[in-house]
Write a protein that binds this ligand. Structure first.
Ligand code: SAM
Length: 209
């Protein structure tokens, strides 16, 4: 069993500005652990997490695939989250987190997006970093941010790359998978699904080959 990253450096005050790991985060960790042989076999060199929040997921991925040969890049629209991710990397002995141009190079791409369907106004406020609603407010069908990334996934991935996406049922995960297969030729699979309160969460995996 791979331990959950140490987040003891993050306080209540941090979580007023940064998404606190929740059921969706833990489902994603469980999916990565369930896929550990698949991931290790791919011997990833570059891993990119978009919307890294506390940094919990990338620190966990580091424990799954190992720190020595892989570069972990994280990005988040929220500057508090970027600082939290960096601190979590240091706390968990992860290697450097920086920004790189990653087109065609990413072996493992991860996004737990703001997936909750909301009014456009709430989505816009979140994306303007007015409040922490940017962590969950996903606009129409909860897909506004995810749609941007879906159009770029194929271009970001390396020839052996794969992509993990968290989705709720309102995001229409089956349609997402069909679309990614038809439009981009990506193989897709649901790694894990779980009900958490009112949400039905899914972790989808897409791969080039
Ligand atoms: N990865 C963390 C986890 O699983 O606990 C956080 C997930 S939280 C549901 C979504 C994250 O995406 C937030 O940290 C939020 O700030 C970030 N985010 C929202 N819109 C974004 C965008 N346009 N680009 C990058 N990150 C974004």
């Amino acid at each position: 069993m791979i331990p959950t990253p140490n987040l003891s450096h993050l306080t209540r005050k941090d979580y007023e500005h940064v998404y606190e790991p929740a059921e969706d985060t833990f489902l994603l960790l469980d999916a990565l652990e369930a896929d550990k042989d698949f991931l290790r076999r791919r011997n990833p060199r570059i891993c990119l997490e978009i919307g890294s929040g506390s940094g919990c997921v990338s620190a966990f991925l580091g424990a799954v695939v190992g720190q020595n040969n892989s570069l972990y890049c994280c990005t988040d629209i929220n500057p508090h989250a970027s600082l939290a991710t960096q601190a979590t990397g240091q706390q968990n002995n992860a290697n450097d987190h920086r920004r790189y141009r990653c087109l065609g190079l990413v072996d493992i791409l991860i996004f737990n997006p703001p997936y909750v369907p909301t009014e456009v106004e709430e989505f816009t406020l979140g994306q303007q970093q007015v409040d922490i609603s940017g962590a969950w407010a996903g606009g129409n069908d909860g897909m506004n941010v995810t749609e941007h990334l879906l159009r770029q996934v194929k271009a970001l991935l390396s020839p052996s790359g794969c992509f993990y996406l968290v989705a709720v049922s309102q995001n229409k995960p089956v349609e997402i998978m069909q679309r990614m297969e038809q439009e981009y030729g990506l193989l897709s699979k649901t790694v894990l699904s779980r009900r958490a309160g009112r949400e039905h969460l899914h972790v989808l995996r897409f791969q080039v080959q």
